[in-house]
Design a protein around this ligand. Structure first.
Ligand code: NAG
Ligand code: NAG
Length: 402
């Protein structure tokens, strides 16, 4: 539910009728006073009055105003207008970088039917005004908003390991909500200390290219960049950017983001948390968390019995994938994707189809591709195996939990 703290008691009681989850119907903010909405790290939405999921219509002669508050100077506001239908003969949306009409406009006189671009403030407030005249009403609009900051941490200067917990945390592209930094080469390993990782891409806006060769947001099962464990390679811009949810089979996901030297978009927001292992005292239950082999564990949970007791049967199977990712000697001929970390940050790779390409002949780039899995950030090539061994042993303290 939207946090009502910023609304004021009278506003809350008189104006705000919370109906559907995350949807705040607009009422009194269209009759004189602006409505301040506090933001969260998740998208919330508001609509013009009468929007009715696009099937309704706003009234004539409206003058509506919403102020979106990032809550402190640490946060800016990120937003986009969802599907909208605003008659261009006298009705329009204005969005300001600030809480007053004297603030710099992010967009003025937005009207028509389409999906708009994305907008970001440079400080904690955004003001959205909607004006309608006496004729030709459209359906109105729904607007998505969240508070925003660059939550890329240290993942773009070296691989960053993040511990998931039951409280959701967030990763963004570097410089979010601004356009992502060119030549980015970022990795985050999200690990669940005892359970599994729930990971959700809640926004993405990445330059498109064949095989995501220019810019890409990638997700891997486990802690290595390895073609065998790749789950996603995304490169489509808003409003068609990928949004999706994943639950890890093992204890970790690796998130990789790479951008070339030109054409930046807004990037992404990922939400992650830990799903704790189910523990029950029922005598018949067998419960386990993921084993120490979790990084490349592929297995199967089968939940049995939705009724009382809720017994959970753990059926596990360790595959040999980890083997393939641990050793160059284990290179299998059908594993095509081999990607040294350093390659993506150079402009000259722009025309290389690195993602999914089986590569061509004999230059140094191809030679480097003989590594099945790329190294974490920046060890010299000679330290690859050492590093993997170190990382492997560092995970051996994850025991079974009963
Ligand atoms: C508008 O922004 C100013 C700072 O720019 C702040 O002092 C003021 O409280 C804000 N007012 C509202 C209604 O958000
Ligand atoms: C989990 O394992 C199944 C079966 O191998 C696979 O299809 C699925 O993509 C895996 N999911 C993740 C998130 O790794």
């Amino acid at each position: 539910m939207p946090d009502p703290r910023g609304l004021g008691t009278s506003t809350l009681q008189v104006c705000l009728i919370l109906s559907l989850r995350y949807v705040i119907p607009a009422v009194c903010q269209c009759s004189g006073s602006s409505l301040t909405l506090s933001t969260t790290n998740d998208f919330q939405y508001f609509t013009t009055p009468g929007y009715n999921n696009g099937a309704g219509s706003y009234q004539s002669d409206l003058s509506c105003s919403w102020i979106l508050d990032g809550g402190s100077s640490s946060w800016t506001v990120f937003l986009f207008v969802e599907n909208y239908d605003v008659s261009c003969s006298g009705d329009f949306i204005d969005i300001y970088d600030g809480n007053a009409t004297s603030s710099t406009a992010l967009v003025t006189a937005l009207c028509g039917t389409s999906q708009s671009g994305v907008y970001a403030s440079t400080q904690r407030y955004v003001r959205v005004d909607f004006t309608s005249d006496s004729s030709n009403q459209g359906a109105g609009f729904s607007l998505a908003f969240m508070k925003a900051a660059d939550l890329s941490g240290s993942g773009c200067s070296g691989e960053e390991t993040l511990a998931a917990s039951s409280t959701p945390q967030y990763i963004t592209s570097p410089n979010f909500p601004g356009e992502y930094t060119v030549n980015s080469n970022c990795r985050w390993v999200v690990t669940a200390p005892i359970g599994t990782v729930s990971l959700e891409i809640i926004f993405s806006d990445v330059e498109t290219s064949t095989n995501c060769a220019f810019d890409s947001l990638e997700l891997y099962s486990g802690t290595y960049v390895c073609e065998k464990t790749k789950i996603l390679s995304a490169c489509t811009p808003h409003p068609n950017g990928v949004t999706a949810s994943y639950t890890s089979n093992g204890t970790s996901f690796l998130v990789k983001f790479a951008a070339d030297a030109s054409l930046s978009f807004r990037g992404f927001v990922i939400k992650y948390s830990e799903i704790a292992p189910v523990v029950t005292t029922s005598s018949s239950a067998v419960v386990s968390s993921i084993s120490s082999e979790g990084d490349f564990y592929l297995g199967l949970y089968i939940g049995l019995g939705s009724g009382a007791g809720g017994a959970l049967l753990f059926v596990g199977m360790i595959t040999l994938i980890r083997h393939f990712c641990m050793s160059q000697k284990g290179v299998s001929p059908n594993v095509k994707h081999v990607e040294p970390l350093s390659l993506r940050s150079t402009p000259s790779t722009r025309n290389n189809s690195i993602c999914g390409s089986s590569s061509s002949s004999g230059d140094s780039t191809t030679r480097q591709k003989s590594f099945l899995c790329s190294t974490p950030i920046s060890p010299g090539s000679g330290s690859l195996m050492l590093d993997i061994q170190r990382r492997k042993s560092s995970h051996h303290n994850n025991g079974f939990v009963h």
